[in-house]
Design a protein around this ligand. Structure first.
Ligand code: PAF
Length: 297
């Protein structure tokens, strides 16, 4: 297994955990060895508290590269002052076991001091107008924090391929744009949303939901299903699809934030929904902010 000789933390007993390293230098050494052996490297960046959605990213990464590495870092830069940085769920031991079930070769789990030894970086990636719409409208600075940490992870791992989830569609779009605009030599892949049996999009934040909130949270995926059915029946007006999304989310205890039909590349609203357009929703259910989307076939 890659890098197992330098794993100081995980082989002290449990065979079923992935080797974990804490420093950028250790990652660079493992990557250097992989390259020397002529192996390609995939990176799956996460904030941990893994679920099946993250594990599906590992599967996709495995299909595209010889060595699969995951980062687990709850990135303070991408949380606003009133957001959930302190209570964001964390369970590294469980994550290491789950990642092992998909044959992950290495987990990088740095602390904030390792990632940002001088505090918040003075130079950051400014995402531009694409970050001002949808989630960016209510989360000032969020995507700057995301792009800055992802650029840093790309610098540390220099992966051939990196895999992100479609649930964070605006994030994935911005990362693709950053790689393109800044000529970063990595192939960005986006893996489909993984849902619970009842349709709820998997998210680490679902753990915040009480039983009744979880039931109400289904209004997001149900709205997308309803709008998709309308579209399949011939409704191409974005306004009609938006209305279906809003009305399905009109449930007590659900505060919709946006429901839009946008172009997948520019994230600009469209008037008529052609195949490939994206329906995207965000809502607060209790104190938990949830997002979901569907790409029209
Ligand atoms: O999607 C996430 O978990 C995070 O935004 C990411 C990409 C790991 C950056 O912190």
């Amino acid at each position: 297994m890659m890098g197992s000789h330098r794993d100081t933390e995980t082989q002290r007993g449990a065979l079923s955990r992935v080797p974990v390293v804490r420093t950028r230098a250790e990652v660079r050494e493992v990557v250097r060895e992989a390259r020397r052996a002529g192996r390609t490297v995939a990176l799956v960046p996460t904030m941990g508290f893994l679920h099946e959605g993250h594990l599906s990213l590992l599967d996709q990464a495995r299909a595209g590269a010889d060595v699969v590495m995951m980062s687990i870092f709850v990135n303070p830069l991408q949380f606003g002052p009133a957001e959930d940085l302190d209570r964001y769920p964390r369970d590294l031991e469980r994550d290491l076991e789950l990642a092992a079930t998909r044959g992950t070769d290495l987990v990088f789990a740095p602390g904030a001091a390792e990632m940002y030894p001088h505090g918040a970086p003075g130079v950051q990636v400014v995402p531009g107008a694409l970050a001002e719409r949808l989630c960016g409208a209510s989360r000032a600075g969020h995507f700057q924090g995301v792009l800055t940490v992802v650029a840093k992870l790309f610098g540390i791992f220099q992966p051939d391929v990196a895999v992100f989830g479609q649930k964070d569609l605006q994030q994935a779009t911005l990362i693709r744009r950053m790689v393109d605009d800044l000529d970063i030599p990595v192939r960005v892949e986006v893996a489909p949303i993984v849902r619970e049996a009842d349709g709820l999009a998997m998210s680490s934040r679902n753990v915040y939901l009480s039983a009744s909130e979880r039931e109400r949270a289904l209004s997001l995926s149900r709205g997308l299903e309803r709008a998709r059915a309308l579209w399949a029946a011939g409704e191409g007006e974005a306004a009609a699809l938006r209305a279906a999304l809003w009305s399905t989310m009109a449930v007590p205890g659900v505060e919709p934030e946006y429901a839009e039909v946008v172009d997948a590349r520019t994230l600009e609203p469209v008037e008529r929904a052609a195949g490939g357009a994206v329906m995207a929703v965000a809502a607060r259910v209790g104190k938990t902010r949830l997002i979901d989307n569907a790409i029209l076939p």
